[in-house]
Design a protein around this ligand. Structure first.
Ligand SMILES: [Zn+2]
Length: 568
């Protein structure tokens, strides 16, 4: 039997619903029938909604609230059937809108409802007055571009679908939250909506975490390809010395000439080799880096050129060497001077003929590999001493590039520091304020025997030891103050308040000389330092321990031992 609702008709008294509410206050529970309910602040819900919208955008937030409403709609449909078993279907149906009102969410005025449970037909048009979601938007989010009564709509869909036993979809055809005069919803079976499928997607939980993981993976691969493209710190620097290197490298990269990189350890030869590779036509093929000094001499041939099963004891299976792995690409041979005479001979053959034989094999294999070699010793001298083949040296030395040590390009220090700070900030998820002026000054005057690698380590240490929003001090960079050049004298005030020449009194050399020259014992030095630290710390042992770089128990022990603590 089809029932049509006309306004002002049987909008029954809903005392039967009100009676279901029980406040079990002393137990901390509110019941609605058999369901536990919550009485919560509209403001809290409003703040929550704003946060959801801000952190995941309108579309996702909308899905969350539609599903929130959906869950209570299902439960209420079940309750309605239980509470009104003998009523006609319209009265049972109306429990839904009434429950919505009862819960303080919205006042519902049915405008038109056609229900036929037998045929499954349904049409509903209802007006919502004082929707809590409109109020939330007005206070927290301002006017929106589209209808805002999301949770209410989810409820209507779930309640009606559950009631009808088929999928009924409601849409808000006008909403005060987006500037319309009224909130009006219209509902009909899903198949009568053109975009039912699209809308139904809101009801599917859509775990954002999957997407986040996905994005994270994309981000890290983008980051690493970006790093590769930049060749890490290749190209960082404006100094004349370094620019010259970059120009050479760019020229070398285009052809297939072997490149010989010369320079002290730590100047970034592997990074430059990688840059040559990435700027060449071989960029898509493998780049294989080998540190010849790190491989035992008796294994180096097998490692570089491969080995056949049974070639020597322990060669249990055949495997390809680094050259075969780099086929089509580039191989970087660092400390090439360490190659054994036999390996030098094979390398020469690879360079001349483009072929090699694996250790213990007599099959000749073709390889097409660009060789970039590097050394921090003079190959020329090694040739003279008979340690390195002259013909191989000439072959490798076609395009020598000298990479300057860091101390010859100190102008680049600030940009390199900036680069490493950025790297370690993101690696340690931290943000320091960068180097203090004093620390930067120290870096500018330091020799950097370990070059860029040393700088990288120093900056990493600084970032680890410095808290967020603090400057990296010179103590954080260097465990022991490093020797520097031209330490310009500075004046300072001594303990007696006199202005003294700091240069003479602060260097390690000068005070140690003073102590040793005056026969002052280690014990006296320790005692004086502890007294002074205690003085400065106002006799606070923990503070004094920090000044001296000791733990509190360690200092307390020493203070007792020397009798200082007993006096104070
Ligand atoms: Zn609305």
């Amino acid at each position: 039997m089809a029932v049509t609702y006309k306004p002002q008709l049987n909008y029954v008294d809903f005392r039967d619903l009100t009676e279901q509410i029980r406040f079990q206050s002393t137990e901390g529970k509110i019941w609605f029938g058999e369901q536990r309910m919550l009485l919560m602040h509209l403001n809290a819900m409003a703040a929550f909604r704003r946060e959801m919208v801000n952190s995941m955008g309108v579309e996702r937030a909308k899905g969350f609230f539609l599903r929130l409403g959906y869950q209570s709609g299902i439960r209420d449909a079940e309750l309605a059937r239980k509470l009104r078993p003998h009523c006609d279907e319209l009265d049972i149906f109306l429990a839904g809108p009434q429950l919505h009102s009862l819960k303080g969410m919205v006042k519902v005025i049915p405008l038109e409802i056609d229900i036929d449970q037998e045929t499954g037909e349904f049409y509903g048009k209802l007006e919502w007055i004082d929707s809590f979601e409109v109020e939330i938007c007005q206070t927290e989010l301002g006017q929106m571009d589209e209808a805002v009564c999301w949770a209410l709509l989810g409820y209507a869909c779930a309640y009606t679908s559950s009631f009808m036993g088929r999928e009924i979809i409601f849409r808000e055809i006008s909403c005060r939250g987006c500037g319309d005069e009224k909130c009006v919803i219209e509902g009909k079976p899903a198949e009568q909506w053109d975009d039912a499928e699209e809308f139904a997607r809101y009801f599917k939980a859509d775990p954002i975490i999957e997407e986040l993981y996905d994005l994270q993976a994309q981000l890290s691969s983008l980051r690493s390809s970006l790093h590769k493209q930049k060749g890490q710190y290749y190209g960082i620097g404006q100094s004349g010395a370094y620019n010259k290197v970059c120009k050479m490298i760019d020229k070398a990269a285009q052809g297939k000439v072997s490149v010989l990189l010369l320079g002290e350890t730590g100047v970034g030869k592997e990074v430059i080799a990688r840059s040559v590779h990435l700027r060449s036509e071989r960029a898509e093929s493998p780049f294989v880096a080998v540190n010849c000094a790190a491989i035992p001499p008796d294994l180096i041939e097998a490692e570089l050129f491969g080995v056949e099963k049974g070639a020597y004891t322990g060669a249990n299976q055949s495997r390809e060497g680094r050259f075969e792995r780099a086929n089509g690409g580039t191989i970087f041979l660092d400390e090439v001077i360490e190659l054994t005479p036999r390996a030098q001979a094979t390398l020469l053959r690879v360079l001349q003929e483009g072929e090699l034989e694996r250790v213990g094999d007599n099959r000749t294999r073709k390889v097409n590999v660009r060789v970039i070699a590097a050394t921090n010793e003079s190959l020329q001298q090694a040739v003279e001493e008979g340690r390195f083949r002259a013909d191989l040296f000439y072959r490798l030395n076609v395009f020598p590039v000298k990479v300057p040590p860091l101390r010859e390009r100190l102008e680049d220090l600030p940009v390199l520091i900036e680069h490493f700070l950025e790297k370690f900030h993101s690696e340690y998820d931290k943000r320091t304020l960068g180097l203090s002026d004093k620390a930067l000054d120290l870096c500018m005057r330091y020799h950097w025997p370990g070059n860029i690698r040393e700088l990288e380590n120093v900056i990493e240490r600084g970032v680890i030891l410095t808290d967020n929003n603090e400057c990296i001090s010179q103590e954080a960079l260097f465990a022991v103050s490093p020797p520097t050049t031209e330490d310009s004298p500075t004046d300072c005030v001594d303990m007696g308040g006199k202005v003294t020449n700091g240069h003479e009194s602060t260097g390690v050399g000068s005070w140690s000389e003073h102590i040793l020259g005056n026969n002052i014992s280690l014990e006296e030095v320790e005692e004086t330092l502890m007294r002074e630290a205690m003085e400065r710390a106002n006799q606070n042992v923990s503070k004094a321990a920090r000044i001296l770089g000791l733990t509190r128990p360690a200092l307390a022990y020493r203070l007792k031992k020397s009798g200082i603590l007993a006096e104070t």
